[in-house]
Design a protein around this ligand. Structure first.
Ligand SMILES: Nc1ncnc2c1ncn2[C@@H]1O[C@H](COP(=O)(O)OP(=O)(O)OP(=O)(O)O)[C@@H](O)[C@H]1O
Length: 315
């Protein structure tokens, strides 16, 4: 099987660049020859993935963090146009992921060990399985309609504010992902006022919900290890929607670990919905920001749709 690794050398604060020769050797020992393409800028991984698939590569291995996974998944499709159907690139090719150390939220959905050898074994020996992909149609920062794919979690509310804080937070990043997100969550909760959002799941009724954060989940974890959707299964053809209502800083401070343990669902201020399509719009004049696999591309209104089994995952 012809394999190519798409590598973000900057991920894990440059650790992947230093570790790459060793990681590459382990991959090749298990899989045979593995071609390599390094990213050189944001969104390069999507372009490099499309190139690989057009070259006839049968297995693309995303090597980096959650941002790299998102971009590689986007590379399995032509860039989506709002309102237009999805166009797959490289029909039949499979995806694998490889992350360094303890980082990475998407990987945690598979509950398996994160060391390089264990991940290489899963890539080499794991049974290929169907992987759902999320599609998000939304409004970009400049006000134009836009679309993009997600693999893990797309959300809005405080989480959208948190993303912008995290991407600014060069200093706290030195303390690791969990601390960065924890600090940014506290700042986001101070800044954000819960907003009444109109949501609709599949053909259900329009629900007017006060939203602190709503997460539309293919995977289970976001925000540096928060176990937001323990019931999510990235192969079941559904999205799980977790809505946190009027929860403020006090709720978070009272038991900040509840969400890391997945126990927030017992809180009456948290609601769980499930479906294949979710629409959300904010009241006129309110800006409710989006988070898509850790990036902050724009704001509501948005439609989240699942593409059941759109990819094949070897992991
Ligand atoms: N060569 C590059 N130079 C600058 N930025 C890059 C480069 N390659 C990728 N990026 C950007 O870096 C962002 C973060 O990368 P990635 O998610 O792989 O690593 P991370 O931040 O260590 O991990 P995580 O997102 O899991 O915390 C990506 O969204 C991507 O757009």
């Amino acid at each position: 099987m012809r394999a190519r690794a798409i590598v973000n050398p900057n991920s894990s604060r440059g650790r992947l660049a230093r570790a790459w020769p060793d990681v590459h050797a382990r991959l090749q020992a298990a899989l045979g020859p593995v071609e390599v393409a390094f990213t050189d800028a944001p969104m390069a991984a999507a372009r490099l993935t499309r190139e690989a698939l057009r070259d006839g590569v049968e297995l693309v291995i995303a090597c980096g963090g959650d941002g790299t996974n998102n971009e590689v998944v986007n590379g399995f499709f032509e860039p989506p146009r709002p309102g237009a159907p999805d166009v797959r690139v490289g029909e039949g090719a499979a995806l694998s992921i490889l992350m360094l150390g303890t980082g990475g939220d998407f990987r945690k959905s598979f509950g398996a060990a994160g060391d390089v050898d264990a991940q290489v074994r899963r890539i080499a020996e794991g049974k290929p399985r169907p992987l759902d992909v999320g599609r998000l149609d939304y409004v970009a920062d400049d006000g134009s309609p836009a679309a993009r794919y997600f693999i893990n979690i797309a959300s809005f509310g405080v989480s959208g504010v948190v993303d912008r804080e995290v991407n600014k937070a060069r200093l706290t990043k030195l303390f690791g992902g969990k601390f960065t997100y924890f600090a940014a969550t506290v700042r986001g909760l101070l800044r954000y006022r819960p907003t009444e959002v109109v949501m609709r799941v599949d053909d259900g009724p329009e629900l007017k919900l006060v939203v602190n954060t709503a997460a539309v989940c293919n995977g289970r974890y976001f925000g540096g290890g928060m176990h937001v959707a323990p019931m999510a299964d990235p192969s079941d053809g559904r999205l799980e929607v977790i809505v946190m209502h009027d929860m403020g800083l006090l709720d978070f401070i009272k038991d900040p670990n509840a969400i890391y343990r997945g126990e927030h669902l017992k809180n009456p201020k948290v609601r769980h919905l499930s479906g294949a399509r979710v629409e959300a719009r904010a009241p006129a004049g309110a800006e409710v920001l989006l988070d898509v696999d850790g990036e902050a591309p724009g704001r509501l209104p948005a439609t989240f749709t699942v593409l059941p089994g759109a990819l094949t995952l070897r992991y």
